[in-house]
Design a protein around this ligand. Structure first.
Ligand SMILES: Nc1nc2c(c(=O)[nH]1)N[C@H]1C(S)=C(S)[C@@H](COP(=O)(O)O)O[C@H]1N2
Ligand SMILES: [Mo]
Length: 373
């Protein structure tokens, strides 16, 4: 490539910068971001339910699928975003810098779009890696910027619609590439390949079939009882209290020892833990349905139930089971996993395992249940 200075927008001849290429990558990036946005809003609503919101307890694997898709689409977007930015960066050299007020707005909206997209993918990636180098709290920041991103994408697509239409209507390789250069199709194929490799390398975190080939998959380690541990009993400060023989499950003025819970009829079911970080892992859980514990304490089961952990001062120490989940016989106060007594790090003496819920609400080291009026 030979440049004469100053560099001009049309000095860039590579097929990668052709609008047909830009539009096609843009379309896939738009689809991937839409999947992220919809599944992200859903996950947010499940964790912070507005009064009109209803989330069923079945099928048991639904959240595992929607959150798996959220993270897989986000991972796929990373190579797509890099390729998209590469495709359009010659526009930075377009002159005049600003042609009109409308043009200035358009350029500003692209700046917002790129910044928001970069922020979402980087923070999301750090989150799935359970690494928080930033000062802000991840979920509200990731959620707020998602709206900024969605808005700027709508503006961008609306402004570019005529170009997008024209570009998608044309064949990718209507004329052969310059000798010795990558064709448009070649650039597109490399982009799809990079995206595909990124997905295959990580999706094993939630897709069992890919576990062996997902070299970069996070959290697929050999933790106790074959399940990843998100926070250990030690880190949660319950290392002693959870093993204290004086432990009781308290509910409505009644209390139960672990032996008393074990003496109640047990249910065994295969249920996943589906973490918001995108990993999921199924196990065979055994325990007492929460509804049975409520009945044993003489309480109605037609109610929301607050679950309180031995853990103190943590956002994850309390969760609320909606009535819909309370009534489901698979919503367990789990005592055993894969045929063994629950490991201390997995929530001994007992933990919540409910169908179709984010892992963050599967509260460990449960100490008290409260009826929410
Ligand atoms: N009390 C308490 N319960 C908790 C957590 C926690 O930090 N404290 N982490 C939650 C999260 S984010 C997940 S994904 C699951 C993970 O369960 P595991 O560590 O047994 O795999 O536990 C949930 N229950
Ligand atoms: Mo989680």
């Amino acid at each position: 490539m030979r440049f004469s200075f100053p560099v001009k927008e049309n000095s860039f001849r590579s097929a990668a910068h052709d609008e047909r290429v830009t539009a096609r990558i843009g379309m896939w990036l738009g689809i991937a971001f839409t999947v992220c946005f919809v599944t992200g809003l859903l996950s947010h609503a499940i964790q912070h339910p507005p009064s009109w919101f209803f989330w069923p307890s079945r099928p048991v694997w639904l959240y595992q699928v929607t959150q798996g898709l959220h993270v897989i689409a986000g991972v796929a977007s990373i190579p797509l975003l890099v390729a998209k930015l590469w495709s359009v960066y010659p526009k930075l050299f377009g002159r005049p810098v600003v042609r009109s007020a409308a043009h200035a707005l358009e350029r500003a909206s692209i700046l917002v779009l790129s910044g928001a997209a970069f922020f979402e993918l980087v923070t999301g990636l750090f989150n799935v890696a359970q690494n928080y180098p930033f000062q802000f709290f991840f979920p509200p920041a990731h959620y707020a910027v998602a709206w900024v991103l969605a808005g700027s994408i709508v503006v961008h697509v609306a402004v570019k619609l005529p170009v997008i239409r024209r570009a998608l209507g044309e064949k990718v390789d209507a004329e052969p590439p310059e000798r010795g250069t990558l064709s448009r199709r070649g650039f597109l194929r490399s982009t799809w390949l990079a995206s595909g490799v990124a997905v295959v390398a990580t999706a094993g975190a939630t897709v069992p079939l890919l576990r062996k080939v997902s070299g970069l998959s996070w959290r697929a380690g050999d933790d106790p009882q074959g399940l990843p541990v998100n926070r250990t009993a030690f880190a949660a400060g319950v290392h002693d209290s959870a093993r204290d023989p004086a432990w009781r499950l308290e509910i409505g003025g009644r209390s139960f020892t672990r032996a008393e819970l074990e003496a109640m009829p047990q249910i065994t079911a295969d249920l996943p833990i589906a973490c918001v970080e995108g990993w999921s892992e199924s196990a065979t859980w055994t325990g007492v349905p929460v509804a049975d514990v409520l009945r044993a304490a003489g309480l109605s089961i037609d109610t929301d139930v607050r679950v309180i952990s031995l853990e103190r001062n943590s956002l994850y120490a309390v969760s609320t089971l909606p009535a819909e989940h309370v009534a489901d016989p698979l919503t367990l106060l789990a005592l055993r996993v894969n045929g063994e007594t629950l490991n201390l790090d997995h929530g001994f003496p007992c933990r919540i395992i409910a169908p179709n819920r984010p892992g963050v609400l599967q509260t460990k080291w449960v100490h008290r249940l409260e009826v929410v009026k």
